[in-house]
Design a protein. Structure first.
Length: 189
């Protein structure tokens, strides 16, 4: 099981850590924004699946400000996708390789004013989770036309691969030499 020590990160004054509590009461305001058509019971059931016994294949990262107020969350799953279904720029050869991918299912900020910072902080935390689980890619929503991902686009530009107009993939250090990845990421910061 992943621990706070292993993936805790700080970006722009926001601290990102895994959410490990069973009680989701502090997350409800953010979850109700994302799942506005869902009842509280449906949200609770979904979150029980995400943070329950399946925490080795899914989880939640929470971004908190200095006052420890929850300003954003992301819900992730670990998936394996074959080359034929991934369909990225350099993967047209249709071999039988299976990629480990950390998928950000939902990424939520408490305020439109904070979105850029919150999304960047959560992606930073998700990259650490992807590295922990030795994932080849981090999958996020399409970042090319969404201004909320401006900081993410700038920092991870050399590693961004677009699969389609719906999702974007960031190569992790498992897919690139570790020294080159860290060097280029620090240059783009």
């Amino acid at each position: 099981m992943i621990t706070e020590k292993e993936i805790s990160s700080v970006w722009g004054g926001l601290r990102v850590t895994p959410y490990e509590e069973k009680n989701i009461e502090s997350l409800v305001p953010l979850l109700q924004v994302e799942f506005s058509n869902w009842s509280l019971n449906k949200i609770q059931s979904y979150m029980n699946l995400v943070i329950g016994k399946t925490n080795d294949v899914s989880g939640v990262l929470v971004a908190r400000n200095e006052a420890l107020y929850n300003v954003g969350i992301t819900i992730y799953t670990l998936q394996q996708i074959g080359t034929g279904f991934l369909n990225l720029g350099g993967n047209e050869n249709k071999d039988d390789k299976v990629y480990n991918i950390l998928v950000l299912e939902n990424i939520i900020a408490s305020s439109p004013i904070l979105e850029k910072s919150v999304f960047m902080a959560l992606v930073e935390g998700a990259v650490k989770v992807a590295e922990y689980f030795e994932c080849d890619y981090l999958e996020l929503p399409n970042i090319s036309s969404d201004k909320s991902f401006e900081f993410v686009k700038k920092k991870y530009a050399p590693y961004v691969e677009k699969a389609d107009n719906f999702r974007t993939y960031i190569k992790t250090q498992n897919n690139v030499s570790k020294d080159k990845f860290n060097e280029e990421i620090s240059l783009n910061s």
